[in-house]
Design a protein around this ligand. Structure first.
Ligand code: COI
Length: 345
């Protein structure tokens, strides 16, 4: 059952359609302004603005889901607020107070309530923080002005073609990004993965690249990596080199709840993966707010294609994905207190 006003997810690429309202708060002289809700419209920025030259930017990606009971709930808001504060601190940007950022996200969702699509669509939320001082000399000093805003985008699937087994090219030399900044959710990390990803798409027909410098698995350009079988979920243990995914954490928690043995390895290697992939019941998946839990069917290593297990969308990947998406839409209990319901006004 969906409410009569629930729109379907737009038939447009993920993130290319925007909800009507955003919220903005400036920061200068060490103070945050009162956040202002208003229509989504372009900003005017001086060409010398800090973020345009020195990359002083971080963001978050989280979702509001419309439940089968019609109620809209934000998933793991606390965890995303925490991670954005960590990103801001590492990038020497002002750290937004948790209560203010939480309120900004909830206010945008409340203002866009009628624009939250019915499941499997959702409203993707993008809190963003940028350094705005107009000073091209400020290369070695933090921006003394900043802008925090939250925009929203009604979305469907991130990977075109819905639930299908993805093809991953293994990159065993280059890291995804600068190792000690991999855990920061900053645009620079994504653009660094872009060149290898585009080449792998064009040359190998791959959907994504799994970065594994020196044979040690990190993540893909936009999602964490997991190996799954009927009894185990195995993934690299957290370190500074890759994003500490909230969906990764959610899937690992739900997997443990369902009785899978969760193994976070300090060094998960390409050799481990190739050996794993050769077993019939092996599965692999990508996790992320955008990706949800997307099955991996094929690996490409040194130009050779290897199937993961049977090469299809694995039953246990689907089981874990359903555990997550059922929770998103209020179809199951929320034992970990991950959902924040939002009402209008
Ligand atoms: C997310 O999953 O929220 C991300 O930030 C990935 C992005 C490339 C859409």
């Amino acid at each position: 059952m969906t409410t009569p006003s629930a729109p379907p997810a737009p038939n447009a690429p993920f993130g290319s359609v925007f909800a009507s309202t955003m919220v903005v708060a400036g920061w200068s002289d060490g103070e945050w302004e009162e956040p202002r809700l208003g229509p989504v419209e372009p900003f005017s920025l001086h060409p010398a603005t800090h973020v345009l030259h020195y990359g002083s930017a971080c963001f978050e990606g989280l979702k509001a889901h419309r439940g089968t009971d019609g109620v809209v709930r934000v998933f793991r808001l606390d965890a995303h607020v925490r991670r954005m504060r960590t990103s801001a601190e590492i990038l020497m940007l002002p750290v937004p107070p948790a209560e203010m950022l939480t309120r900004m996200v909830l206010d945008v969702v409340a203002a866009c309530l009628d624009e939250v699509p019915a499941a499997p669509g959702s409203l993707y939320l993008r809190p963003t923080l940028i350094g705005t001082v107009p000073n091209i000399g400020a290369a070695a000093v933090p921006s003394t002005r900043a802008l925090l805003y939250v925009i929203a985008s009604p979305v469907g699937d991130y990977f075109a073609g819905g639930v299908r087994p993805l093809k991953l090219a293994l990159e065993t030399v280059r890291p995804r990004t600068t190792p000690q900044f991999g855990m920061v959710k900053s645009g620079a990390n994504y653009v660094m993965a872009l060149g290898p990803t585009m080449r792998a798409k064009q040359e190998l027909g791959a959907d994504q690249v799994l970065f594994a410098p020196g044979g040690i698995i990190q993540e893909t350009g936009a999602a964490n990596f997991l190996m799954i079988d009927p009894h185990h979920v195995i993934t690299p243990a957290l370190n500074e080199a890759f994003l500490h995914g909230v969906t990764r954490d959610s899937v690992l928690t739900l997997a443990a709840d369902l009785g899978y043995e969760v193994d976070q390895r300090d060094k998960l290697t390409v050799d481990d993966l190739v050996d794993w992939a050769s077993h019939n019941d092996a599965e692999a998946a990508l996790s992320g707010t955008a990706a949800v839990l997307a099955a991996v069917g094929t690996l490409v290593l040194d130009g050779e294609e290897l199937a993961v297990g049977t090469g299809g969308v694995g039953d246990h990947t689907l089981r874990l994905r359903k555990a997550l998406t059922d929770l998103h839409i209020g179809e199951t209990d929320d034992p970990h207190g991950w959902l924040t319901p939002v009402t209008s006004g």
